[in-house]
Ligand binder design. Sequence first.
Ligand code: PMP
Length: 425
Amino acid sequence: MARPNSRDRELRERAAAVIPGGMYGHQSVGLLPDDYPQFFERGEGAHIWDADGTRYLDFMCAYGPNLFGYGHPEIDAAYVRQLGLGDTLTGPTALMVELAEAMTAMVAHADWAIFCKNGTDATTMALTTARAHTRRRTVVRANGAYHGAAPWCVPRPAGTIDSDRAHQILCDYNDVASLAAAVAEAGEDLAAIFAAPFKHDAFIDQADPDPAYARRARERCHHTGALLVVDDVRAGFRLARDCSWSRIGVQPDLSTWGKCIANGHPISALLGSDKARKAAGSIYVTGSFWYQAAPMAAALATLRLIRESDYLERITALGERLRTGLGERASAAGFALRQTGPGVMPLFLFEGDPDLRKGFCFSSEMLARGVYLHPWHNMFLCAAMTEADIAGALDTPEGAFEALTRQIRDLARGEKLAVLSAGAR
Ligand code: PMP
């Protein structure tokens, strides 16, 4: 439970009266351990401060947008400069053209760009573009993969109707036979195959993409005239300076981007190849804020850093250090951790932890020691993290594992895990 008499507790109580469920979406009440703060007051570099002023090393990076550090001076200066000139105007500024030029120059498969606000805008536009291009309906995508919160793909069906989800066939990620069967079932109606750059579903182990799966998706799209869509909203530019599947040599027709492309400023994008240009030009897509100039200025500054700095090599090395160090500390404490996904977007799950109790308890213990982890969603490293931050984070688990061991012992004695009891800390 949020600490008694805390500002967080007070805000939760007020939120419960004026925000449905007290909170919605990925920060909904109950999705994280109860002692996790719900409200924050600021962020700087790799750290966040909760509403009570407690500082954490933040391994969630705002669920991805923070790539170069909160409040990055160069990126935010570009944003603020443009804000002074004009942001939401009657039409876009020249920055829109510059940004489309910059993104298509960086992403090998892309010849054009459409900018929007959220990842869901981009994935939904990808769906519409593929249907406009093929004049067909059916989409094949992987079970459990998240593509946003629109009715066609939202994981929780409340308020949607069956027809919102019609003409979709689900297959298993990395399972070539299941992909082939789904494509065969779609037959002449196949409009698109959607793929995550790697399996980054919540609650379960992550998996790198099997190149054979990616190649089969590419080949089937080529053969049938359907479009291949890589949803790079979450992983884009954390794995490569190009579309993530460039690492396995597979180029999609469309790719979707968001999260970190402006280091946290609100902008997302659909990129496409010439093949889909006419269809993309035929669909009607827009939004009151889609031409905003300040996020475009921030995106240009972010892309410059992506091209010109060694951020990718640094975060990759830090991710490996974290993985190795944590694995060592877990086994020294007698725990088996399954660490999956790329080191820059890690997920740790405990062996023998079907209800995530150990994971919740361990995360809470780390939180109490100033490290913000997530017990069931992939985490993110950012370029503002230092060797010292990782070393500090690796000094922390020993105490957390000890506390976890004690709690398991207590549980065996019939007591409840402290993390599950109100006001335990
Ligand atoms: N696709 C993927 C792979 C995502 O991770 C997300 C967001 N987590 C989305 C799409 C939707 O993005 P947004 O929340 O910005 O609409």
